[in-house]
Write a protein that binds this ligand. Structure first.
Ligand code: NAD
Length: 260
């Protein structure tokens, strides 16, 4: 469906970003992937994506918390792929603590990675997309871009900011053939969430399975995790012709979390 489309996906060495990369590879896209990974992980990831059907796979090691590395990521991707049709801002980190005890360096790192990185990549990618009057930008936000939970001041602030940025970019480019949307998942079982489950298990002296069930019970009425494949399928849809008039929207995939 997206044959010959060229996509950049930040934070695609694991979890949701990797799931999106796999779905785009299966659709025949050329890909620039990114994230924190060892050379042998990069080799096996790239091979896996090529086998899935990616037209081309290039790994870029940008640390997206650094503005100039975001710009290098976009410029190098344009050079490698010829142009960028799809930009997915997915890289993200988490830290959990009460606001008055929240370490300042964790606040800065979360804002840089989960919010400012998207501004820098979008800022760098827009001129190319505007020149071709075509582009799709997808920001992986979170239910925490729409509602709050305790002890997540930086994450909730960054994700609310990302939803706001999504709307502004959508409005500014509504006549340019460029859409910009946010995907807002609830709990997705990835390494980012596993760390929170493990902490809950230690604090509550319960098993990891019991901690996972408790997290679902507290927030996600369906009682089920959203899967990486669910998120990837929605991202793929947002790049399809049927989604050409969907822009500035936030899509929840949260088992009813935000309906409460
Ligand atoms: P993950 O830890 O599996 O993946 C995060 C990715 O970001 C990895 O590839 C990692 O290498 C990369 N990354 C982290 N810091 C980076 C940096 N400075 N520069 C470049 N890459 C960096 O986690 P995930 O759950 O797949 O998270 C992906 C996105 O989905 C995040 O933005 C997260 O906030 C969001 N999200 C996750 C959940 C969930 O329950 N897992 C729910 C809602 C939203």
């Amino acid at each position: 469906m997206l044959n010959s489309f060229r996509a950049v996906i930040t934070g695609s060495s694991s979890g949701i970003g990797l799931g999106i990369a796999e779905a785009f590879a299966a659709a025949g896209c050329g890909l620039v992937i990114n994230g924190i990974a060892t050379p042998s992980e990069v080799r096996s990831l790239s091979e896996r994506l090529r086998l899935k059907g990616a037209e081309k796979v290039v790994f870029h090691p940008a640390d997206v918390a650094e503005p100039e590395q975001c710009v290098s990521l976009i410029r190098d991707a344009e050079a490698e792929l010829g142009a960028i049709d799809i930009l997915v801002n997915n890289a993200g980190i988490q830290y959990v603590a009460p606001t008055e005890q929240f370490p300042v360096d964790r606040w800065d790192a979360i804002l840089a990675t989960n919010l400012s990185a998207a501004f820098h990549t979008i800022r760098a990618a827009l001129p190319g997309m505007q020149g071709r009057s075509s582009g799709r930008i997808i920001n992986i936000a979170s239910v925490h871009g729409l509602v709050a939970s305790i002890h997540k001041s930086a994450y909730v602030a960054a994700k609310h900011g990302l939803v706001g940025l999504t709307k502004v970019v959508a409005l500014e480019n509504a006549l340019n053939g460029i859409t910009c949307n946010a995907i807002c998942p609830g709990w997705v079982l990835t390494q980012l969430l596993q760390k929170q489950i493990d902490n809950l298990a230690v604090e509550g002296h319960i098993s990891s399975d019991a901690a996972a069930r408790q997290m679902l019970r507290e927030k996600q009425p369906s009682g089920q995790f959203t899967t990486v494949e669910d998120v990837a399928a929605l991202a793929l849809f947002l790049c399809s012709p049927a989604a050409s008039n969907i822009t500035g929207a936030s899509f929840t995939l949260d088992g009813g979390w935000t309906a409460q």
